[in-house]
Design a protein around this ligand. Structure first.
Ligand code: DOR
Ligand code: ZN
Length: 405
């Protein structure tokens, strides 16, 4: 058994001076005093590592934007030891073959553990593998689809599945891409897309709304559905960020929306933090028709730890939103420092605030809207007991396991 000693976040208790005993990737004991083969006194507090249930690692299909190696290294250096990848790769993840191909790519290249989201397409619920394929969830997009088809598919999947249905909650009727002169044009084009979509969705415990972006959308959330929010919809707005680089779906909105979503996040009515890590190169972002998306898997936890450090967010709430809540939403026994749980944790010094430097990040996107923003990066990141990042550098390659395998 290897022992880690330090102030540790224990769910229900807070920060406690304790020892965490790890064997074969699991936490086997949490006790005031423990003796093991190896004993590490940590140089900061021990927190559960993050599970980011919304990333786009672009593999297969777009390795110049990201692949499982670069994306997972980026995740690891930001304190994320497990991710769920979205299906809009090339090919889309939408059948057994493409699912297996992605699992095999990730198994050979990912430094972090992973799950795979499957695309919702016509005929999904009648496929022979619908009940058995070990996808993390189903993902429904509003692009290139009629609104009738979109809502019919949502209702049908919700009726027949036992898994979460994650929706990109913007109304298909608003998803046309007009030429943009400035960032606010994009926001303007989509001003009612979220609220009109969410108010037409059925109430279901299986429904999960990705990247909630507006106060109006929050008000229109179907009653029993869950939701997630991304750092860019909490921290960036049209008031603070005018660059077209920040074109993202759903769009950035006003500071008032930031504040309203942040309040809901603080009190837990938006339970989950996710990055929607959507890497595109800066050349693509600056082209005639810029794609939507902001990279963020590496900066998500550091930015939010800085919020804790600055006294704007409760540490326990952050830990819940980045670790426990996404794990339990996906039915996984992870995200807590407790006996029997996976030994995934990060070591953090909340007083160590450093500016974000794009050159130190690991995504192939090679740009960030958060250059020079204050952040608290984890000094060490452990995945199933193994050190996979130290001082913002990845350690080793591969070794990530399928969360649902
Ligand atoms: O901005 C976005 N980019 N929103 C999405 O939903 C997709 C993502 C991407 O894949 O680039
Ligand atoms: Zn996304």
């Amino acid at each position: 058994m290897e022992v880690f000693e330090g102030k540790t976040w224990i769910s229900g208790q807070g920060l406690v001076d304790t020892c965490v005993g790890v064997s074969e990737g699991k936490i086997v004991s949490v006790k005031k005093i423990l003796k093991g083969d190896k004993h590490t006194v940590t140089d900061g507090i021990i927190l559960p590592a993050g599970l980011d249930m919304h990333v786009h690692f672009r593999d297969p299909g777009y390795p110049h934007k990201e692949d499982w190696k670069s994306g997972s290294q980026s995740a690891a250096c930001g304190g994320v030891t497990a991710v769920v990848d979205m299906p809009n790769t090339n090919p889309f993840t939408s059948n057994v073959e493409t699912f297996n191909e992605k699992v095999s790519l990730a198994s050979s290249k990912s430094l972090v553990d992973f799950g795979v989201g499957m695309n919702v397409e016509e005929g999904l619920t009648s496929k022979s593998w619908f009940d058995t394929i070990p996808s993390a969830f189903w993902k429904l997009y509003p692009y290139g689809i009629s609104s009738e088809q979109y809502f019919d598919l949502a209702n049908e999947v919700l009726k027949k599945t036992r898994k979460p249905l994650v929706i990109h909650g913007e109304h298909p009727d608003h998803m046309h891409n007009q030429p943009l002169h400035k960032l606010s044009d994009h926001t303007q084009n989509r001003s009612r897309a979220e609220s009109e979509c969410l108010s037409a969705m059925p109430s279901s415990e299986k429904l999960h709304v990705a990247h909630l972006s507006s106060l109006e959308g929050l008000r229109c959330m179907p009653e029993s559905a869950t939701s997630e929010v991304c750092p860019h919809h909490l921290l960036l707005s049209l008031d603070s960020c005018a660059s077209l680089d920040c074109k993202v779906d759903p769009p950035l909105r006003s500071r008032n929306d930031n504040n309203g979503l942040y309040e809901a996040f603080r009190e837990g009515s938006i339970p989950i933090l996710a990055s929607d890590h959507a890497p595109h190169t800066i050349e693509e972002k600056r082209s005639e028709a810029p794609p939507s998306g902001i990279p963020g898997v590496e900066t998500m936890i550091p930015l939010m730890l800085n919020e804790v450090s600055a006294g704007r967010l409760d540490l326990g709430r952050l830990v819940n939103a980045m670790s426990e809540a996404p794990a339990s939403r996906l039915g996984l026994e992870r995200g807590k420092i407790a006996e029997g749980f996976t030994a995934d944790f990060i070591v953090v010094n909340l007083k160590q605030v450093d500016p974000i430097d794009v050159d130190a990040l690991h995504s192939r996107a090679s740009w960030t809207p958060y250059q020079d923003w204050p952040a608290v990066f984890p000094s060490s990141v452990y995945r199933r007991g193994d050190l996979i990042s130290y001082n913002q550098e990845p350690i080793g390659t591969g070794g990530g396991q399928h969360l649902f395998g």
